[in-house]
Design a protein around this ligand. Structure first.
Ligand code: PGA
Length: 257
């Protein structure tokens, strides 16, 4: 049985006051939820503050981040490295989010390099994949997600997916309120797992595949009751302690043995 992972992607949102309030709220709201890994990915500037609050509260919350560079140090202005992320206790690192692919022109190959470098440094890549609205309309979803996964397999080998996470996020569902139906998400998740299984069945079996795109407390359970949906990557609803905790609770409940 795969242990579900629910991760909050705060994107470019936060202030010192907000980080304190949200993490203290989350600590209380998730204290009694077992059977799920609950991860928060604040903006880089607040990772230090988040690490301190998580330690002070002796919280079960796990720290993550939204990006990484492909170098650990040197003349790379504006970047942050896996070594630095590790220094602050961040373990789950989002890469290949559609917003970075679009606004920073990150290619499949560059994302694959990030994946490899995170693994080399002992961190957990959370690889975001997913199709655009036009690709969805054109029936290209499976070919797009295959291409995005194959870029990593070609660069890193299939074993690199051991202990890694894939987040399937249809771009048209991100921040739009127009979530994929649970049936459609399950179908694509099953396709993703079978695609990985073609290379290595054992790697596919342990792989955590999260759904992302307008996940809310109201629809969370419908996703998690499906066998191939192992958690969620949550944007908007992760900025409110009660909503995010409710999503985590739904995952724990749906996946309990
Ligand atoms: P959303 O974002 O939950 O606000 O749709 C999800 C994401 O971008 O990871």
């Amino acid at each position: 049985m795969r242990r579900p992972v629910v991760m909050g992607n705060w994107k470019l949102n936060g202030s010192k006051a907000m980080v304190t309030e949200l993490l203290n709220g989350l600590n209380t709201a998730t204290a009694d939820i077992d059977g799920v890994d609950v991860v928060v990915a604040p903006p880089a500037l607040y990772i230090d503050q988040a690490e301190r609050l998580i330690k002070e509260n002796a919280s079960k919350l796990i720290l993550g981040a939204q990006n990484t560079d492909v170098n650990n140090s040197g003349a790379f202005t504006g970047d942050m490295s896996p070594e630095m992320l590790k220094d602050f206790g961040a373990t789950h690192i989002i890469i290949g989010h559609s917003e970075r692919r679009e606004y920073h022109e990150e290619s499949d190959e560059f994302v694959a390099k990030k994946f490899a470098f995170l693994k080399e440094n002992g961190l957990i890549p959370v690889l975001c994949i997913g199709e655009s609205d036009a690709q969805n309309e054109a029936g290209e979803t499976e070919s797009v997600v295959s291409r995005q996964i194959d870029a990593v397999i070609n660069h890193c080998g299939i074993e690199a997916f051991n202990g890694a996470i894939i987040a399937y996020e249809p771009i048209w569902a991100i921040g739009t309120g127009k979530a994929a139906t649970a049936d459609d998400a399950q179908r694509i998740h099953a396709f993703i797992r079978s695609h990985v299984a073609k290379h290595d069945a054992a790697v596919a079996e342990q792989l955590i595949i999260q759904y992302g795109g307008s996940v809310k407390p109201e629809n969370a359970q419908s996703y998690f009751q499906n066998p191939d949906i192992d958690g969620a990557l949550v944007g908007g609803a992760s900025l409110k302690a009660d909503s995010f905790a409710a999503i985590a609770a739904a995952a724990a409940e749906a996946k309990k043995a």
